[in-house]
Design a protein around this ligand. Structure first.
Ligand SMILES: *Cc1c(COP(=O)(O)O)cnc(C)c1O
Length: 479
């Protein structure tokens, strides 16, 4: 076990010498100074500090270390040039309160990114403000709400399929909507009869992702959008799965009115550790006056932040969102250009390749051509006493990040695999072979499988305890 830095402390060892007499603390109000000298700071040399944190970071799993097929999360390779560009001094040191006049470069970058994302989605207007996908959903639902208020209709219901990401109903509920869940049919798609049975003039919106969370394309999407529009409702597109369709189709062609994108998923910002993301929201023209302010505008000469937007829902985030994520996304789009279409082609090809290699060994509940991801079930293995969680733990010993498990909720023992476009065939094969090997071990010696993981820094954690009673702070003398 790695020791805590507090346990490595050795009295009078210093990484830095703070010579007390040379620092005058008199400018700090006494009430803010800690009189209690019992508070501990680790005493440790600079080199040992470096080693400590390097050792910790080495324990982390990341895309640079190995295959990361976490379904729904699009853990693709994030080109390092994005990182370099996002910390350029001219971007980093620009204060968001600077006048538009002095911020033309950054405003231009945002404007150009907006234009590019409008092409990808087929939409007419956009905001870059929301900080993540779920925040984009909230923004979208606030727009839905304000739209119906403005046109004098009091619509209460938001329809969401049972395969949806949990953030969808949460976002709609936060805006005061009733959630009507509809069941998927035997093909894993929206059941049209179930949809018709809940649609009426109380329908504010339907929230859909296409391809859906099973990785399947909603074949009846045009019929669905026609039905919803006939009742006067709006269609919200959860764009987390955009990596499957770029350049092939878009939410506007499918009939959607509002869409969020997860720039940190599709457009390559490192994510997974809870770092900053971005969830731009694009809308059709009839909703453009509802977008949050400021809107980034261009009059042919100058870029500006526009605040007079007729029905604006207000602000979603301080200033104009997570700017450094926008820089990364713009760099990625410029880097890829028309090849964004190939990104989706390869993401889909890779997923179908893996699905077809694995379906003999694991139950595939919806055996159809998939898009960029697919969902297996661990039911066959569970019968032998090895559940999906144990399969995920076993994979960690193969230097793989486990896939998403137990989501979507409509598949028992779900194993949701998204390879992304950035992996080589050799890497895909390595993962396939390990999965097949695990299926074999489950048949031959299930007890052995349950012993994993053996090589991870922490082996089996009590996940309930960790979630309910997280103990994250060092207390003196107690570890
Ligand atoms: C990731 C995801 C979200 C939420 O996005 P965040 O950026 O994590 O807030 C919503 N829907 C689907 C389908 C997702 O995969």
């Amino acid at each position: 076990m790695t020791k805590l830095i507090f346990e490595k402390t050795k009295e009078n060892t210093n990484g830095i010498n703070l010579i007390e007499e040379t620092i005058n603390f008199s400018f700090i109000d006494k009430k803010f100074l800690n009189e209690d000298s019992s508070s501990v700071l680790p005493e440790i040399s600079e080199l040992e500090v470096m080693r400590h944190y390097k050792e910790l970071s080495d324990k982390n799993f990341c895309i640079e270390k190995g295959f990361y097929p976490l379904g729904s999360c699009t853990m693709k390779y994030n080109p390092k040039v994005n990182e370099v560009l996002s910390v350029l001094e001219d971007f980093c040191e620009l204060h968001p309160h600077q006048d538009d006049e002095d911020s033309q470069g950054s405003l231009k970058l945002m404007y150009n990114l907006q234009e590019a994302l409008k092409v990808v989605t087929g939409m007419d207007a956009i905001t870059l403000q929301p900080a993540a996908g779920a925040h984009g959903e909230l923004c979208g639902m606030m727009i839905v709400k304000k739209y119906f208020e403005t046109i004098g209709e009091n619509r209460k219901n938001v329809i969401i399929p049972d395969s949806a990401h949990g953030t969808n109903p949460a976002s709609a509920a936060m805006c005061g909507f009733n959630i009507l869940e509809i069941k998927s049919n035997e093909k894993g798609l929206v059941d049209l009869d179930a949809l018709k049975s809940v649609l009426d003039n109380n329908t504010a919106a339907i929230m859909l992702t296409n391809p859906n969370t099973l990785g399947l394309f909603e074949e009846d999407i045009l019929e669905i959008s026609k039905l919803v529009h006939e009742t006067g409702g709006l269609l919200y597109y959860d764009g987390a799965n955009m990596n499957a369709i770029m350049g092939h189709t878009n939410p506007a062609l499918m009939g959607f009115d509002i869409v969020h994108m997860n720039l940190h998923k599709t457009f390559s910002t490192p994510h997974g550790g809870g770092g900053p993301g971005a969830g731009p929201v694009a809308v059709v023209s009839k909703l453009k006056d509802y977008l949050p302010v400021p809107v980034i505008d261009f009059d042919g000469k100058k870029y500006s932040r526009k605040y007079d937007v007729k029905h604006t829902i207000g602000k979603m985030k301080a200033f104009y969102g997570n700017f450094s994520v926008l820089v990364r996304a713009y760099a990625y789009i410029l880097l890829m250009g028309k090849e964004l279409k190939d990104v989706s082609s390869y993401a889909v090809l890779n997923a179908n390749y893996m699905m077809n290699k694995l379906k003999e060994h694991y139950l595939l509940p919806y055996d159809r051509k998939c898009m960029h991801e697919f969902v297996l079930s661990g039911d066959w293995q569970k019968e032998q006493g090895v559940n999906t969680l144990a399969i995920a733990k076993r994979l960690m010993d193969g230097n793989f990040h486990p896939p998403t498990i137990y989501f979507p909720l409509i598949v028992h023992e779900a194993i949701m695999i998204e390879p992304t476009e950035s992996e080589t065939k050799e890497r895909l094969d390595e993962f396939i072979e390990t999965m097949i090997q695990i299926a074999k071990e489950v048949k031959e010696n299930p007890e052995e499988v349950l012993k994993h993981p053996l090589n991870t820094p922490v082996r089996k954690v009590d996940e309930t305890l960790a979630a309910r009673k997280p103990d994250l702070a060092y207390k003196k003398g107690k570890v």
